[in-house]
Write a protein that binds this ligand. Structure first.
Ligand code: MUC
Ligand code: MG
Length: 367
């Protein structure tokens, strides 16, 4: 069983409404479907989401790095030689979502070859996760209406609120309106995507002290090194590193440097192999984790829930698994659905990704 062919297929599916946050906004899912074929007829799949404001990757760069650099380096290897695969991919710096998609597609092949779900190979802890929904920038009334709709339709009771606007009081007011409308039972946490300074963040946290927030994420840049440490020391809740800790070494640096006290794991950027390293590192250090969302489509979401549900420490709390709800369509033959606030892992061998050929033909951009 050797890798015989790799495809990187760009596709574009519009959002019903854009998702806006402090570091950017998304109007169309311009992702890359990665398909790895073996010489004995198996095909592993995953998707890479370009996020130039977070990783510097674009749809074109992902296709190019896979076609021109990664595919030639790993063709002919066995999917069982993942350490060799990663040693070769890591000769190129950066390009995290391209590497992650290849990694997850290889795990998909391993699951199919063994006839077992990837989630079982990874850890098999549970078959579902509670879902946390991300509420993007909008006037406070619209943010409340969206959260109420998502709660009523999908039973979701955990919300991550995007903050980081100026003046910071806009976001404080929006969070207060959400807490008042949703009540004390709902879990709320905030993500600033580096939009505020350390002092704005500190003032905002103080003014929201009565809102019962669970976490604060990337409120100010980790590159403001001393300001960020000063902020994290006084944060009343665990402070999550997301885009400042995109690989194991950065996780170590942020945690030991006092710039974070919790970690967001995103399979879109660390795949399964490196996500497990980060997870074990956090478990060893006694640090909480959240399964994050790279504004994934349904394929990426299937990957995230397969990983999150596979491990006790990531299944414990709600994972960010609902961004796909805002897309007008997707590529899966059988769409995902969130019911009673939970998303189930797909049964069957591998990751359970089955692509609708008509949809792929409609949305692919290279045909
Ligand atoms: C998140 O958690 O920050 C927005 C930017 C990004 O890199 O990921 C998303 C969600
Ligand atoms: Mg984040």
């Amino acid at each position: 069983m050797n890798i015989a062919k790799i495809e990187a297929i760009p596709f574009a599916i519009p959002y019903r409404k854009p998702l806006k946050f402090a570091s950017g906004e998304v109007h169309t899912a311009e992702h890359v479907l990665v398909r790895v074929h073996t010489d004995d007829g198996l095909t592993g799949m995953a998707e890479a989401p370009p996020r130039p404001y977070t990783y510097g990757e674009t749809q074109e760069s992902i296709v190019a790095v896979i076609d021109k650099i990664f595919a030639p380096q790993i063709l002919g290897l066995s999917p069982l030689e993942r350490e060799v695969v990663h040693a070769r991919l890591d000769r190129t710096v950066g390009n995290p979502t391209a590497k992650a998609a290849l990694d997850m597609a290889l795990w998909d092949i391993l699951g199919q070859a063994a006839g077992v779900p990837v989630s079982g190979l990874l850890g098999g802890y549970t078959d579902r996760m509670r879902v946390s929904h991300m509420v993007g920038f909008a006037p406070a009334g619209q943010m409340v209406a969206e959260a109420e709709r998502i709660r009523d339709v999908h039973g979701i009771s955990t919300f991550k609120v995007k903050v980081g606007r100026r003046p910071y009081t806009n976001d404080v007011d929006a969070c207060r309106a959400l807490r008042e409308a949703l009540g004390p039972q709902v879990e709320l946490y905030i993500d600033g995507n580096r939009g505020w300074t350390a002092s704005e963040s500190a003032r905002a946290l103080r003014e929201m002290a009565d809102l019962g927030l669970t976490f604060a994420e990337e409120l100010c840049p980790a590159d403001d090194v001393l300001g960020r440490r000063w902020l994290v020391r006084q944060s009343p809740v665990p402070f999550i590193a997301d885009e400042s800790a995109t690989q194991a070494a950065e996780v170590t640096r942020e945690l030991l440097g006092g710039s974070a006290t919790a970690i967001s794991i995103k399979t879109a950027r660390t795949g399964f192999t490196a996500s497990q390293r980060v997870l074990h590192q956090c478990e060893g250090l006694g640090v909480e984790m959240v399964m994050g969302n790279q504004i994934d489509g349904q394929i990426g979401t299937l990957c995230a829930v397969a990983f999150g549900g596979a491990h006790r420490s990531t299944a414990r709390r709600a994972g960010e698994l609902s961004n796909f709800l805002d897309m007008t369509d997707d590529l899966l033959t059988e769409p995902l659905s969130i019911e009673d606030g939970t998303l189930r892992i797909r049964e069957g061998a591998g990751l359970g990704i089955d692509i609708d050929p008509d949809k792929l033909a409609r949305y692919r951009q290279d045909a």
